[in-house]
Design a protein. Structure first.
Length: 210
């Protein structure tokens, strides 16, 4: 039996995962966490074979939680399950230690396949992510300026491009407006952009927002 920790702040999403996996003979959600801190405590205290992790958590960014999980339990496979499209966070998740990335709009049978594959010690790459990786090999990821950003800077860019105000971004990221403003200033310098308008245009051109 593969014991799974489901990390998502929406009860209905966690309930949906459990219902999907109840129809299998080898997969069970045996732990649930609604935020990053709770997930980290459960990873340290429990015996799980796999973590299903959302990116958009109320207290911590999922990428940060992923990185901390890999510190506590380096061999524990983590499958990112998110509403964000693959071209927004998939590559960044894989680079941060995730064993796979799956969009929440995927079919239930695809979730089961992904979990079994990741639990077996393999990587799960969706068709969309495979295409992204192939495009990146031909174009050169080193040429994509957003790949130089830290996870917080990247999150700031995506929120900025989605039309969020500074106060809204600070609330979502659980940070002060001053700190978010500093992240915004850093990303503009790193990406050699003059202002918010150029940052938003860059995000649109590179499909960082859905």
């Amino acid at each position: 039996m593969i014991n799974i920790l489901a990390v998502d702040d929406h009860v209905l999403i966690r309930k949906g995962m459990k219902q999907i996996l109840e129809d299998t003979h080898d997969l069970r959600v045996t732990g649930e966490a609604e935020n990053g801190m709770q997930a980290l405590k459960m990873v340290q205290a429990g015996a799980y074979d796999l973590v299903l992790l959302d990116i958009n958590l109320p207290d911590k960014n999922g990428i940060e939680v992923l990185q901390q999980i890999k510190i506590y339990q380096p061999r524990l496979p983590v499958l990112i399950l998110s509403t964000y499209a693959e071209d927004q966070y998939a590559l960044r998740s894989i680079k941060s230690g995730a064993a796979g990335y799956l969009n929440k709009r995927s079919a239930p049978d695809q979730l089961v396949i992904a979990i079994r594959q990741v639990a077996a010690g393999k990587k799960y790459i969706s068709k969309e992510l495979a295409e992204q990786l192939a495009d990146g090999l031909s174009e050169g990821y080193q040429d994509l300026l957003h790949q130089t950003l830290s996870n917080r800077e990247y999150q700031t860019l995506c929120l900025l491009a989605s039309g969020k105000k500074l106060s809204e971004m600070a609330e979502i990221m659980s940070l002060s407006t001053k700190t978010v403003s500093e992240y915004r200033a850093r990303l503009l310098v790193k990406m050699k952009l003059k202002n918010n308008a150029e940052a938003i245009q860059y995000a649109i051109n590179n499909h960082l927002i859905s």
